[in-house]
Design a protein around this ligand. Structure first.
Ligand SMILES: [Zn+2]
Length: 265
């Protein structure tokens, strides 16, 4: 079977002596692993079109349940991601998250993750929008698309919508206001220590502005999801820490690419 599809390359791994396997997230087939024969040799026919971050149209054939790259053309190579090491690092982390959250299915969820990823990479490359905000939008929106959408309308216990400070119960996906938190008699945990704690106690304190930003991220239309701004550094920090904790807790793992991004940021 031979078919052509648009898609973006989100991972490249070595295979055999001179071949490689590329992950392509596509609109129709979800995420597929495709073998590129001779893809690691500089003169290989398909070497130029099989680089990480390449958005292209790929001609693929399927033989014995394996996909092989036959050819293709580049639509956008996203070269501008390489201008800054931090941009490259963030793009790599978002691709890793996208790999984690997609599968080999013809599904709306896969298509939405693909679109979110393309928009994120475009914005990183343009270098006009704060990378911390791009990262937070991707993390929270991708979580919502993948079935982990939190209920952020009000405190889950007293239904107060806008108290000054709230806590996000990460695994429960719900807000808790300061009063209800005090009544429950539990101290707010420091989120960066979440890895060592049992799931039920992953609690992030979060300002009302950061809650408003998260409400926007999960409810806006896809084409407007990046169209907001936060000015206050503390709010940006709250949003960033909460979105990151949220997605990592639900995915249940960390990422080397995220550690690298933080190291070079
Ligand atoms: Zn409450």
């Amino acid at each position: 079977m031979v078919f052509a599809t648009d898609g973006i390359i989100t991972r490249v791994s070595e295979y055999g002596v001179s071949d490689k396997i590329i992950n392509i997230i596509t609109p129709e087939y979800g995420r597929i692993g495709v073998i590129v024969k001779g893809g690691r040799s500089p003169g290989g026919k398909n070497t130029p079109i099989s680089q990480l971050f390449t958005y292209g149209n790929f001609e693929i054939y399927k033989k014995n349940s394996a996909y092989w790259l036959r050819g293709g053309s580049i639509i956008n190579p996203f070269y501008d991601l390489s201008i800054e090491i931090s941009g490259l690092a963030l793009a790599t982390y978002l691709c890793d998250l996208a790999n984690e959250l997609t599968d080999e299915e013809d599904s709306d969820d896969n298509r939405e993750i693909l679109r979110l990823l393309l928009n994120s990479l475009y914005l990183i490359g343009r270098r006009k929008k704060d990378k911390t905000l791009i990262k937070s939008v991707f993390e929270m929106r991708a979580a919502a698309i993948s079935g982990y959408c939190p209920e952020l309308s009000y405190c889950a216990y007293c239904r107060e919508p806008n108290p000054d400070l709230m806590y996000l119960d990460v695994m429960g996906g719900k807000l808790i206001c300061t009063d209800c938190m005090a009544k429950r008699g539990r101290k707010a945990d420091i989120s960066k220590e979440f890895e060592d704690m049992p799931e039920a106690s992953v609690i992030c304190p979060v300002s009302l502005s950061a809650v408003a930003a998260m409400r926007y991220i999960i409810s806006s239309s896809q084409d407007k999801v990046f169209s907001f701004n936060l000015k206050d550094e503390n709010d940006i920090h709250d949003l960033s820490r909460t979105c990151e904790t949220y997605i990592l807790s639900h995915v249940g793992r960390g990422f080397d690419s995220l550690d690298f991004y933080k190291a070079v940021k």
